[in-house]
Design a protein around this ligand. Structure first.
Ligand code: FMN
Length: 230
């Protein structure tokens, strides 16, 4: 038997909680920014996705602070600077993710508080975390206000100007054909409720890529005459 959950019959929080448990695992963007006075900021965001390769776009959804319903420090900083950095959330952040999500006062640099080093980036004014194995340096491309007055969010689309990748996570050093070593990258994913997911070797499996189109399903187990391209 299957149960049908109607979103219209539940609260915004319960709805978001269910989405967070069914849209899994999600990547975590460790976003680093700086405010106008130079104080660094580092916080995790998992409502995050790649959008397109041309131009290279990624998106992150920013809600409001729980404590005072003000906008988040990362969001304020990236809107003021016009740029931000996404540090790939690898194992080095695992023990700190929840702590980095606390609503620290604006004059606290969460990165150094947790033993991370903010360094200058290559193409943007926002800093990068030196210890992270890879970064996406982004400029703000577009913003889209969504949600309701009770639960407003801003979806920030970033254009990625460059990726900075440590040799230790590059399976091939040829950047014309970049291949990332997933085991070395050791990304952490977000699941629902209080769960996180590690890309440990036993959890990773491979499948050969098949051409996606135009369809020629000859030899495939689900082939039918009507699927065969003419
Ligand atoms: C794993 C994880 C994922 C999160 N994802 C988001 C998100 O996608 N959007 C959001 O607004 N807040 C998200 N948060 C909450 C922010 O990290 C939190 O509000 C943080 O205090 C923001 O810091 P800031 O005000 O310094 O930017 C997430 C928290 C955790 C632990």
């Amino acid at each position: 038997m299957k149960q049908v959950y109607e979103f219209a019959s539940h609260s915004a929080g319960t709805n978001q909680g269910l989405l967070s448990q069914l849209v899994v695992p999600r990547p975590v963007a460790m976003v680093s920014t700086r405010d106008a006075t130079g104080v660094g900021n580092l916080a995790p965001f998992s409502y995050y996705l790649p959008i397109t390769g041309d131009p290279p776009l990624v998106g992150i959804c920013f809600g409001l602070r729980e404590s005072d319903r003000g906008t988040k420090g990362s969001y304020d900083n990236l809107m003021a600077a016009g740029d931000f950095v996404i540090n790939v959330c690898s194992e080095i952040f695992a023990a700190h993710i929840e702590d980095l999500a606390k609503e620290y006062p604006a004059d606290i640099d969460e990165a150094s508080l947790h033993g991370f080093t903010l360094v200058d980036s290559h193409r943007v004014s926002s800093p990068s975390v030196a210890e992270a194995p890879a970064q996406l340096e982004c400029i703000v491309h577009k913003t889209l206000s969504l949600g309701t007055a009770r639960a407003p969010v801003v979806f920030v689309v970033g254009e990625v100007l460059c990726a900075v990748i440590d040799d230790s996570v590059l399976e091939s050093p040829d950047l014309d054909h970049p291949l990332i070593d997933l085991h070395a990258l050791a990304p952490i994913g977000r699941s629902g409720a209080r769960s996180f997911i590690r890309a440990i070797p036993d959890a990773i499996y491979h499948q050969e890529r098949i051409p996606y189109g135009p369809p020629s399903f000859k030899g495939q187990p689900f082939a039918t005459e009507s699927h065969v391209a003419v």
